[in-house]
Design a protein around this ligand. Sequence first.
Ligand SMILES: Cc1cc2nc3c(=O)[nH]c(=O)nc-3n(C[C@H](O)[C@H](O)[C@H](O)COP(=O)(O)OP(=O)(O)OC[C@H]3O[C@@H](n4cnc5c(N)ncnc54)[C@H](O)[C@@H]3O)c2cc1C
Length: 458
Amino acid sequence: MTTTSTPSALVRALSDRVSGPVTTPSSDHYDTERTGLQLLGRHRPAVVVGATRTEDVRAAVSAAADHHLPVAVQASGHGTGLALDGGVLVTTGRLSGVRVNPARRTAWVEAGAPWGEVVRAAAEHGLAPLSGSAPGVGAVPYTLGGGVGLMARRYGFAADHVRSLELVTVDGRVRRVDAEHDPELFWALRGGGGSFGVVTGMEVGLVPVSRVHGGSLFFDAGPDILDAWHEWTRNAPEDLTCGMTVLVLPDVPGVPEALRGRHIAQVAAVWTGPLDQGPNVVAPLREAAPVLMDTMRDLPYAESGSIYAEPDHPHGYRSRTMLLSDLDPASVAELVDRTGPFLPFMSVVGLRHLGGALAREPETANAVGHRDAAYLIAVLTAAEDSDTPDRAALRAGAAALFADHVLGRSLNFSFGPLAPEEVREAFAPDDFARLARVKAAVDPGDLVRANHPIPPLA
Ligand SMILES: Cc1cc2nc3c(=O)[nH]c(=O)nc-3n(C[C@H](O)[C@H](O)[C@H](O)COP(=O)(O)OP(=O)(O)OC[C@H]3O[C@@H](n4cnc5c(N)ncnc54)[C@H](O)[C@@H]3O)c2cc1C
């Protein structure tokens, strides 16, 4: 059941039990509390609980369950999908502690900690987490969705490195979940997304990396660099993890002068092998086409947010992602043409080279889907107010271009709501059924609404 009115008994109960702010649509801070990076399809909850501790989360989830209301969670709001209409939104931005245990090479990461904080804390001990391209993304939501990071081909998915999680389920229990305790939930939470309860924290393994060779090379988008990138990835060792982002940059101050107004291809790469070999590994790309800008260097992992240097201001966007068994360069060239300067709205084509350790099962299996994918391609469209048919058509056309090699979707890189059959495409059929059984066991009334929800098996 959903509601658009504020049940006053619920608000009263929450205000008594929660130490963080409890906000309703009539409050001044309601918009600030419910808004994250994604501006399209924001949640419209009846109540927002700004959690500051596990007990706040427990109070919010229990109160929602008592009132048969749906509950959703938001960390930094990069990945908002299905919007909550009524019900309780738990925001976790205030629950952002990170504790590193250097002896165990682990970190306890609270639900709202952004990767940047985990990277910073781990770097003090010469360690690094399996973080992604944007330091502002929440470590917990990213990891629940699998997590393809900057060193992914060397170390695998972020979800592969989770040791345990703390989770509040709709029965009001605070559960410590690991390989021994609630093993089915442990399997599901690592890659199956946020459908099973509200995670308050997780323990993740860290890797002994303090410096990498990394950064970006920028080129004019065109067949030379598209083909060279494809060839480069085909022979890449596991120590090389890279992606390519193709877009038309606006001709405005703030964009580096060398790139302003151009249709560019940004190749972002991280080399985790011996640092002195890094420049040689990247050399074939430099020879493929004139380099417009070059930020490749040896750098502390603490500065890894500069590798992709993605914009982190709130805006609206939708995407279509495809996990591919192989990449057809002609289809990439066609998609890049379709998203060129003549397009009346902003669009970004993003590619990630997968394989390597991503393809190997971790010691304790998890729900991550389509490990055998060789590439991820996403086409993203930006929109200020609402998605439009021409944007949707561009994304659908992209999907058709790559249909021959599609294995499925990526949960994490899917921006905007997915239909149930689309969520299903993120997993092998047996795994999707297993996720639905786990969901039915912990949340039979389907109160926890994830961005990309797993329905309880009827
Ligand atoms: C600029 C940018 C760069 C990105 N780079 C990468 C990348 O390199 N690799 C990668 O794998 N992904 C990447 N992503 C995708 C990103 O990992 C997901 O969108 C992720 O869900 C966003 O994290 P967030 O903190 O913004 O989550 P939010 O948008 O706040 O939450 C997303 C969903 O996660 C669930 N959730 C959040 N918190 C909890 C919780 N405590 N308990 C249970 N469920 C919860 C909810 O269902 C929620 O709707 C990127 C996204 C953007 C926009």
